[in-house]
Structures are given as C-alpha cells and as structure tokens.
Design a protein around this ligand. Structure first.
Ligand code: GFB
Length: 412
C-alpha cells in the first residue's frame, strides 16, 4: 500500500515535470543569410542551456541567397540536411521542428504556441549601453494577425496550422543573461510552455569568443554526407586528406583540446570571394577580378603551391575571367557539383562543401565583413591552423594595406 502510494506520487511528479517542460522556438529576420543565422543559433542555444528548456530547431525557410535556377523551392528543410544533430545535441537539448510537431499534435489539428515574444532594439538608448529588457506595446507588426479572439496567425517558417495564443513585444539590449528572468517568469508564473522568440538576432552573445561560445561553435559539425563530398573533392583534385594535412577532428567534439603544434593544412591555397550583393554593399572593399587574380598568384607563390581553390557566389563567367589573368602553371579549382548531387544537397549544402574545402587549406583569404568568411575562419581555428594562414582578407583595388580581420582565436 505504502509502495503503491509512493509510485503514484512519483508518476504524478514526473508527468507534472513533463507537462511543465518548456520548448524554445525562434526565427530570424527573413533577409538574413545562412551564416548569420548560424551565429544566432549559438545565442539561442546558450539561452536554452541556462533555461533548461528544449530548443526546437527552426526549419530552414527558402533563403534569399539560395538562387539556383535548377532547383525548386528550398524551404521547410530540417537541420539534419546541413548539420550533425547528434553533435549539436551534445551542446544543447534540441529537437527538429517536424519531429516535435508530430509528437505534440497527435490528437489535435495544429500547433498552438503559448506566446510569441517579439524582440526589438530599445528606442531610447540615450547613449547608454546598459543591459535591459522591457515589455512595450506592440506596434505595426503586420506579420501577425488575429485569427480570432484567442489566436494569432503568422508566417511561422511557411507552415500552415501553426498559431499562437499571445503576442508580446520586448525591447532588449543584452544576451541570454538578460532574457533569462523574463522567460523564467513567463514559464514558471504564467504557465507558458511553448515560447517563440521572433527576431532572435536582436539577442546578443553573453560571452562572445569565450569557452562556452567555442563549445557551442565546435558542436556545429556539418552533416557526414557533406563532409564526405568535400573530402572526396580534396582527394580527387587537391591531393589533400585529413590524415596527410593534420586536419582530422576527433569523432566527438567534446574531446577536442589544444594541440602542441599548428596543423599543416592541404597543399593548396583557398579563397572566399564574395560577389553579388557585396559588389554594391561593400563596393570599396571587394577587389576587381583582375586584382583578385593578381593577389591569388602572389599568395600561391608565397605559399609554394600550384593549386588554388575558389569558393564564391560569382558566376562562371566571372571565374573564367579570373582564370584568364592567372599564370599557366597555376591550377584553379571550384566546386560545381552535378545536377543530381546539387538536387540532393541544395544551395546550402554546396556552400558548406565550399567552406569545408577552404577550412582545410594551407592558407586562406576571405572577403571583407562576410559572415561566410568568418565561419571559415572559425572552422580553421577549430582545426588549429596557424592564425597567420587564416585571418586574411582581400583588399579593394584602392585600399592600400587594408586592415586585416580581427583574430578571434579558439579557447578550450
Ligand atoms: O552566408 P551569408 O550570410 O554571408 O550570406 P555574408 C551569403 C550567402 O550567399 C551564403 C551564398 O549563405 C550562400 O548562400 N554564398 C556566398 C556562397 N558566398 C558563397 C560561396 O563562396 N559559395 C557558395 N556556394 N555560396 C550577408 C548576408 O552575407 O551579407 C546578408 O547574410 C546581406 O543578407 C549582407 O546580404 C550584406 O555575410 O557574406
């Protein structure tokens, strides 16, 4: 009798805890690219860790930069398309959106989120950068509409049948530390269980560049199928492999540690050459194609290699123009997958393969203020290549000795 009673008390406690367990959803300003979104993920994952909730990974909606004509709609993509979920899950507790929805909505029609928290920058800073978080009246949020008295509709990663009960606006200056008490209050006192942070890019890092930042960053291992494609390309065209280049990572990121010497890197130099919108957005810092070719030729000579890998959003015509300015003894490589491969890995996967190949090169040069280049620099720090071979960028034609990127070095 005594035993039966304590089992029912225990079961009640377990179901109470499960019922109260919180789930964190988020989304980012639609115009932002893939690599800024990866940084936002780290901020939200750090928040999730201090709240002890489960992070529901936002499906990848069709991003502005995914422009391949040969591919159709590239939306509603799970994170497993690009990342290794097991490795991500070793940093924070998470679940893919569709798995969560299947589980949560077994008996009902759609997903009903408890509260949308729309993050926004404070309007009255008055020169002060003191951390703060204050609820304000929501103004002109056309993206959300009232379905009826009790529910809001909204974009929700292009999924229909997702609604929310409440909409709140929060002005915030700061990172997870500032948001934690606000969310804790919503969860514990107001019984909200499913919380959606919109415009999550407003949240800052608490500890950018510190140990916890790098733990999260190291957990962002790419999907095995993308690593395999990149490795095959390195082996076939660049005489490069992790074993020979010293770029092999342990199977589990948690056992990585500082090496006694820097890794060698593969026998090629790699460049990330950002074109398209950067030709207008960073006009003075993006070199002409001729100057690009000149820089690459010089760097290949300096590093004593005869192979150059170029990752770029440039057109084939632009790449050919660069080749036209390169000496004959220098080989230029780009990753241009077959249509079936591209159909499988999509534009996002092609970009990741480009990044992996750049991450393993003996020397890397990137583009000014591109988060695509920043993520490659981080991958190189994780592989422990020499910082002199990593933190480099192209200068614009008129820039003399342009300032090189800040060295955000890895800490364990
Ligand atoms: O990643 P991302 O935020 O970097 O956005 P930036 C650039 C996107 O362009 C990538 C494609 O995610 C890719 O889809 N892309 C750029 C490339 N370079 C390459 C490359 O070398 N190879 C391949 N395969 N794809 C920010 C944007 O771009 O720049 C913002 O996020 C805004 O929306 C800003 O446009 C000015 O930081 O370079």
């Amino acid at each position: 009798m005594q035993c039966q009673l304590s089992i029912s008390v225990l079961l009640f406690q377990v179901s109470y805890i499960l019922a109260k367990h919180c789930y964190l959803f988020y989304d980012v300003n639609p115009g932002e690219g893939f690599n800024l979104r990866r940084d936002v993920y780290l901020r939200v994952a750090a928040l999730n860790n201090i709240l002890n909730c489960t992070l529901v990974l936002p499906p990848w909606d069709h991003l502005y930069h995914w422009q391949s004509n040969s591919l159709n709609f590239q939306g509603k993509l799970p994170w497993s398309k690009f990342f290794d979920l097991k490795q991500l899950g070793r940093y924070t507790k998470l679940v893919e959106f569709e798995s969560f929805v299947q589980e949560e909505t077994k008996s009902s029609e759609g997903l009903l989120i408890d509260v949308i928290l729309h993050l926004q920058h404070p309007t009255d800073l008055n020169g002060s950068f003191e951390e703060k978080a204050n609820f304000v009246k929501c103004k002109k949020l056309k993206k959300y509409w009232k379905e009826d008295d009790a529910t809001y509709g909204g974009p929700f990663w292009s999924y229909e049948n997702v609604f929310a009960k409440k909409l709140k606006c929060l002005e915030i200056l700061g990172g997870p530390r500032v948001l934690k008490p606000v969310l804790q209050n919503l969860i514990e006192s107001k019984s909200n269980r499913l919380i959606f942070l919109d415009r999550a890019e407003t949240l800052l890092h608490d500890q950018f560049g510190q140990t916890d930042y790098w733990r999260g960053r190291r957990s962002m291992r790419f999907s095995t199928h993308l690593i395999d494609i990149a490795n095959e390309f390195r082996k076939t065209f660049l005489k490069s492999s992790d074993e020979e280049d010293g770029t092999k990572l342990p199977l589990d990121w948690r056992v990585e540690s500082k090496l006694d010497t820097y890794s060698r890197g593969g026998p090629y130099i790699a460049a990330h050459l950002r074109r398209k919108d950067f030709l207008s957005a960073r006009k003075s810092q993006i070199p002409s194609l001729e100057k690009t070719a000149e820089t690459l030729s010089l760097l290949a000579k300096k590093n004593n290699v005869s192979q150059v890998f170029i990752a770029s959003d440039a057109s084939d015509i632009e790449i050919e123009e660069i080749m036209g300015h390169i000496p004959e003894d220098l080989e230029i490589f780009t990753f241009r997958p077959s249509l079936p491969t591209k159909g499988k890995i999509l534009d996002g996967g092609v970009a990741i393969v480009d990044q992996i190949i750049c991450a393993c090169a003996k020397y890397f040069i990137g583009s000014y203020e591109s988060t695509f280049s920043f993520r490659i620099q981080e991958e190189r720090e994780i592989r422990q290549l020499h910082p002199d071979s990593t933190f480099n960028r192209f200068c614009g034609d008129q820039e003399l000795n342009c300032q090189q990127p800040t060295r955000w070095k890895i800490v364990f």
